[in-house]
Design a protein around this ligand. Sequence first.
Ligand code: ZN
Ligand code: MN
Length: 477
Amino acid sequence: MLKPTIGLEIHAELKTKTKMFCGCPNDPEESHPNANVCPVCLGHPGVLPTANLEAVKAVIKLGMALGGNIPQKAKFDRKSYFYPDLPKGYQISQYDEPLVLGGELAGVKVRRVHLEEDTARLTHADDGESSLVDFNRAGVPLMELVTEPVIHSAGEALRFAKELQLLLRYLEISDADMEKGEMRVEANISLADENSGEFGTKVELKNINSFKAVEGAVTYEMERQSKLLAEDEKIVQETRGWDPIKAKTFSQRVKEEAHDYRYMPEPDIPPMDFAKLGEISLDEIKSSLPELPWQKRKRFAEDYALQPAQVDFLVADKPTADFYEEAISEMEENDGGKNNTLLFNYISSDLQGLLKEANLKTTDEDFKITPAKFADLMALIAKGDITSRAAKNVLSEMFKTGLDAHQIIKNMSLDEFSGEDKLQSVVREVIEQNEKAVADYKKGKENALQFLTGQVMTKTRGGSKPDEVMNLLRELI
Ligand code: ZN
Ligand code: MN
């Protein structure tokens, strides 16, 4: 039986104010090419890099969250290779003394995490003759995480990548948006007989720039290799890219031998010794760790009695989880978990729908619903003071205006129908206008009553209660 073995290498850009080894702004939104550059990040000879300690702290923070070991000493090394996006001929990275050793995430053992610099961005012109280089990205702090080769399915690889993205966001050290290239996944895949105890020939997958691609590329590659092996063919050790349109991997370059990067210690940056480096306190970093995604999941499941899928939904987006929690605490009467589900339902369906339609996030300034206002509306629903249909209207009005529920109900004159007299006049009107339905009801057709109730509900814009309306109809007919 063939068993796949997968190891992941994931790069993520850190969102520090300045670049890794110079004072240039680290601004991924900068649209003007080569705006944020200086002799250091352009790779001029003879310049002096200085390490950005905020980036160092960020990687240590990640290492602590992973439960990894933070060695007392770390240093930077030069990794030599030639490419037009790296004019100085080497990347400053970390070789044998990385910031983090070991750790675990989503059940997958982590080998190491180190810090390095990103390269420039190449754009290949349409004429096929020329390429453009933008150095805004050159020297942006980049963390690289390497897992042990302990993953055995595409689903596991996907879960790991998603959990890492979430963790980076919770730690607020990277936005890790794959579509923007802020997080980039590479996978090593080999297939071998389960009982042989050996690894097969390793194929490296690159250009994986979405979660869909992680799953697609790994699945495709496992199938491609097992087909070859079944036909007694040899697997070529190579680097393969992922074509998302054809949904296939393709050969990029065949490795004849292992790369020789000629690593050497970076002579211009002193090695770090955290026992002596006054600017960095490991204790301080440790105590600054926020509640981590898996801790939040456990607490939400316990405190709010939600289903695992509901917990996952909330925790997958921290601002949504925060909004939920603040709204819950604003709810005055807690009826033993019933409101928890009510709030979840309105957040996960109605509110999400409104946000999506307006292309907004709960963290945007234009999002006008506070947890307190949201909770007020939920309380009205919970008490039965407002129907779910009216609640939807109020919510969408609240989304537009930011007014509180009572004000909206007043403005929309939903409450004008809640008084018995006013409701009676509407019911009378409906009876007068629907002679046939009234006659049908008198003949014993219960459907007719449903129809009439619907008519009243429409006229009152959902501001009346169906039970009340039905009783009144029976009475007056
Ligand atoms: Zn610079
Ligand atoms: Mn790297």
